[in-house]
Design a protein around this ligand. Structure first.
Ligand code: PLP
Length: 373
């Protein structure tokens, strides 16, 4: 029996999403661009999914472009903006972004586009003061993630977007970890572009979307003119359909899920606290993703703990799963300044609606035992 507590890495497919996908894998496999009536059903399913997703974030359907996931959406937002900005204005991002943003920025820097990487405070917050210090009339785009994938800190997106707009600058957010878990209303928050990935909210892998207001970006893939001519390539109909169902379900159940995972986090932390284990809970103590726990523990490496838990069938992460081959202290843990004698012992536990209180207790107990080995 596996206890899966790495839901920031990926989540289990929603059963309704799975059922909704099945007909488009077997019975109706038509290419949605076909001219015959057999294709119409696939075309209609894409349209319905686009409407559902737009509704979930309070956007217009024409502003939703389906992509292969968070990485592609982030690449498109950063590179698509840069390549259409003939004035080579600066892109501002933060030091704690996911590598889909950071590596896109490093790539455009090689082509001489200027990029500034904002520092964060010790909770991982990009403050308004910091953005105000760096932003100028020479800034073209600000890209700050909605919530951090390692430490769970939720950024003050609305304030940051307001500052960007005061300087005539566009605002993009990587909402991959946030969407489906905390409320997101693009109009209310003043977001111009947003990246999302279905497998982080119980949708299928390899599908996501970019929300983008009109007239900002160049097409990313050129070809047969799918996605309003902006992202050509035959659409992944079953995945698009599954993503829309998963997002709608997660948003409908959001409050209930939030209460559940928060309770599990409390149970877990109360056991760790009572054990006198020397630890630091990284990230903002209140403004954080409800199921995220990121701990730095003195006396063991995160890697060692992860393997000891793995032997007991428990899946947790040492930092960012996308970075799991990298043994170094993560860029996020470095940016928030976790003390040296704690930082190597960093682990991330991320609960979902499928976890139980008993699992939270088992994980905490297993960590405490592992620390005594
Ligand atoms: N952005 C963030 C914040 C993430 O956590 C991830 C994945 O972990 C990505 C982007 C990449 O998303 P995908 O796996 O869909 O490419």
């Amino acid at each position: 029996m596996v206890i899966y507590a790495d839901n920031a890495a990926t989540t289990q497919l929603d059963i309704d999403a799975f059922e909704a996908m099945k007909p488009f894998l077997l019975e109706n496999f038509a290419n949605p661009s076909g001219s015959y009536s057999y294709s119409k059903k696939a075309r209609q399913a894409i349209k319905a999914a686009r409407n559902t997703i737009a509704e979930c974030i309070n956007a217009e359907p024409e502003q939703i472009y389906f992509t292969s996931g968070g990485t592609e959406s982030d690449n498109w937002a950063i590179k698509g903006f840069a390549f259409s900005d003939y004035n080579y204005r600066t892109i501002i991002t933060s030091q704690i972004e996911h590598h889909a943003i950071l590596n896109s920025c490093y790539a455009i820097e090689k082509l001489r586009y200027p990029v500034a990487y904002l520092p964060v405070d010790d909770k991982g917050i990009v403050t308004s003061d910091t953005l105000n210090r760096y932003i100028s009339d020479q800034t073209g785009l600000v890209s700050i993630m909605t919530a951090n994938n390692e430490i769970g800190t939720i950024e003050p997106i609305k304030e940051l977007a307001q500052i960007a707009h005061l300087h005539g600058t566009l605002f993009h957010t990587d909402a991959v970890q946030a969407i489906g878990h905390i409320p997101i209303d693009v109009k209310e928050l003043g977001i111009d572009m947003l990246s999302a990935s279905a497998h982080k909210f119980n949708g299928p892998k390899g599908i996501g979307f970019l929300y983008c207001k009109e007239g900002i970006l160049q097409p990313f893939h050129n070809g047969g003119s799918q996605e309003f001519g902006m992202r050509s390539g035959t659409e992944n109909v079953p995945a698009i359909v599954g993503m829309a169902v998963a997002l709608k379900n997660n948003i409908e159940e959001m409050e209930q899920n939030r209460r559940h995972v928060r309770r599990l986090a409390e149970v877990f932390l109360s056991i760790i606290e009572a054990s006198n284990v020397p630890y630091i809970l990284n990230g903002h103590q209140q403004n954080r993703l409800p199921g995220n726990i990121n701990l730095s523990i003195k006396g063991k490496t995160g890697e060692g703990l992860m393997h000891l838990l793995d032997l007991k069938g428990i899946c947790i992460s040492t930092g960012s799963a996308c970075d799991s081959h990298n043994q170094q202290v993560s860029h996020v843990i470095q940016a928030i300044g976790v003390p040296e004698d704690f930082c190597e012992g960093t682990i991330r536990i991320t609960f979902s609606k499928n976890n139980t209180e008993q699992e939270a207790r088992t994980i905490a107990g297993t960590i405490i035992k592992a620390l005594k080995l």
